[in-house]
Design a binder for this molecule. Structure first.
Ligand code: FES
Length: 109
């Protein structure tokens, strides 16, 4: 289990290996995932306030660079929870007025 503190929402115990975007959604956080977890839209992005969300993969690194995102931004659809962290969702259904998008698959790469 990992303890994930989500600023503005609460602190959740998440099983190791669960995809972060699904952990957020399944705990009632209305995070966007407009491309369905394919590392294309970046709407699932979170700001990492502390902790370690694991290594960043090529797909994630490339789209973050292409979109010019800066700071401690990670894509929650590309993260398999493995240790404690504190994060802040950036875009949500309620903040953007958009449909969340298709649910990403459960498999964590
Ligand atoms: S990049 Fe689209 S859901 Fe994560």
């Amino acid at each position: 289990m990992a303890k994930i503190d989500v600023q503005g929402f609460g602190t959740y115990n998440i099983e190791n290996g669960k995809k972060l975007v699904l952990a957020l959604e399944d705990n009632g956080i209305d995070i966007l995932h407009r491309c369905g977890g394919k590392a294309r839209c970046t709407t699932c992005r979170v700001e990492v306030l502390s902790g370690d969300l694991g290594p960043i993969g090529d797909k994630e690194a490339n789209i973050i660079e292409t979109k010019g995102l800066s700071g401690n931004v990670r894509l929650s659809c590309q993260i398999c929870v493995s240790s404690d962290a504190s994060i802040k969702p950036v875009l949500t259904v309620s903040s953007e007025g958009l449909d969340a998008g298709p649910r990403p698959t459960d498999e964590c790469e």
